[in-house]
Design a protein around this ligand. Structure first.
Ligand SMILES: [Zn+2]
Length: 312
C-alpha cells in the first residue's frame, strides 16, 4: 500500500513514519525510482545513471507520474490465488468475507481494469482469478513476523505439499488480528507483495494484515463494516490492492511509475469513489456475489490513465 496515499485516513502522529521513510530515499533531480512492493519506491541506481547520461536527463513533467512498462513479466495467464490463513484467531465469518472476495474477483467489472495492462508481446492480463486453494498455519513463526518469516511461510506451504508450486499463482499470507509484521504493518503499510523462487518457480506472494485491534484507523477496518467483520472488511481492500499489483508488476519490474515507484493500486489507494450505505450503516462500493465491500479503486491505462471503480 502506498503510505502517502493513506495520510488522509491516518492519525497525524503516523505522518512521522512517512517522513522517516522519505529520508531513506535520496532523490536527485534525475532520480529514477523502482517499486519495492510496499507502496513506496527505492532509488533505481542503474536507471538514474542512464538518465543522468542523457542530455538534460529524463523529463519530470506531469506525465511521468503515469505508469509505464519496464519490460518485466506480467501475469497474462489466468491467475490462481492461494490463501494462507496465519494465526489461530481467524473466525469463520471473517474468513468467509475474504473467501467470497477471492471467489468473485475474477470476471468482475472491477478486476477488468487490470486487462488494460500488457506485456512486451502486447498480451493483456485476463479478467480471470480463481481462488485455487487455501491452507492454514496456526502460528508456526509466532506473532511478530519479519519479511523473511513471511517468505518462509509461503515457501513452507509449497515445499510441504500443502499448496502447489504455481508460477501463475499469487500466494496471500493473511495474518490474524493478533499477528503483526515487523517491517511496518500499521505504520508504513497495510500489505505488500514480492516474489521469490520456490521449487524452481517464480512464486508471487503478498502479505495482508488484519488491522482489527491493531490499527483500524490506518488500515481501514471501519466500524460498522459492510459485513460486520471490521478486520476482514478492511483486509479485503488491501487484498484486492496486492493481487492487482502482483498481476501487473509481479517481479517489480513491469508496470510502475518512474517518478515514485508506485504501482497500479498505489495510485488509487484509499480512493473509494462513489459509495452507498448498507442497512447496517456501513459504506460500500462493490458487491461480489451477495456480499458488500468497500474496495479501493484501481488505475486504468487506457487512452488516459486514472482511477476507476470498474472498466469500462
Ligand atoms: Zn501497493
Amino acid at each position: 500500500m502506498q503510505f502517502s496515499r493513506k495520510l488522509s485516513l491516518l492519525a497525524a502522529g503516523l505522518a512521522c513514519a512517512f517522513a522517516a521513510h522519505a529520508q531513506t530515499v535520496k532523490e536527485t533531480p534525475n532520480s529514477q525510482f523502482k517499486p519495492t512492493g510496499k507502496g513506496w519506491g527505492e532509488l533505481d541506481n542503474v536507471a538514474t545513471a542512464a538518465s543522468n547520461g542523457q542530455a538534460g536527463g529524463a523529463s519530470r513533467g506531469a506525465s511521468i507520474t503515469n505508469l509505464s512498462y519496464h519490460g518485466g513479466p506480467v501475469m497474462v495467464a489466468p491467475t490462481n490465488v492461494y490463501y494462507i490463513w496465519y494465526g489461530s484467531a481467524w473466525d469463520t465469518a471473517s474468513k468467509n468475507v475474504l473467501t467470497n472476495l477471492g471467489q468473485h474477483l475474477g470476471g468482475s467489472p472491477y478486476f477488468n481494469i487490470n486487462t488494460t495492462y500488457y506485456n512486451g508481446s502486447n498480451t493483456h492480463v485476463q479478467n480471470s482469478v480463481t481462488l485455487a486453494g487455501s491452507t492454514t498455519d496456526s502460528g508456526s513463526l509466532g506473532t511478530r513476523l519479519t519479511d523473511a518469516n513471511i517468505a518462509s511461510i509461503v515457501s513452507s506451504a509449497i515445499t510441504s505439499g500443502k499448496l502447489p508450486a504455481d508460477s501463475n499463482g499469487v500466494y496471500v499470507v493473511l495474518t490474524d488480528h493478533s499477528t503483526t509484521a515487523t517491517s511496518g504493518f500499521c505504520t508504513q503499510y497495510c500489505g505488500w507483495h514480492d516474489h521469490q523462487t520456490v521449487s524452481g518457480k517464480d512464486i508471487k506472494y503478498a502479505f495482508v494484515g488484519n488491522a482489527e485491534t491493531q490499527c483500524a484507523s490506518s488500515c481501514g477496518a471501519t466500524s460498522p463494516s459492510p459485513n460486520g467483520t471490521p478486520g476482514a472488511d478492511g483486509a479485503a481492500s488491501v487484498l484486492a490492492h496486492e493481487v492487482e499489483e502482483a498481476v501487473t508488476d509481479p517481479d517489480l519490474n513491469a508496470w510502475y511509475s518512474n517518478y515514485d515507484g508506485s504501482e497500479n493500486a498505489d495510485k488509487c489507494a484509499w480512493n473509494f469513489g462513489t459509495t452507498s450505505t448498507a442497512s447496517n450503516g456501513a459504506k460500500y462500493n462493490q458487491t461480489f456475489g451477495t456480499m458488500k465491500y468497500l474496495i479501493q479503486q484501481n488505475w486504468v491505462i487506457a487512452s488516459t490513465q486514472k482511477c476507476l471503480q470498474h472498466y469500462p
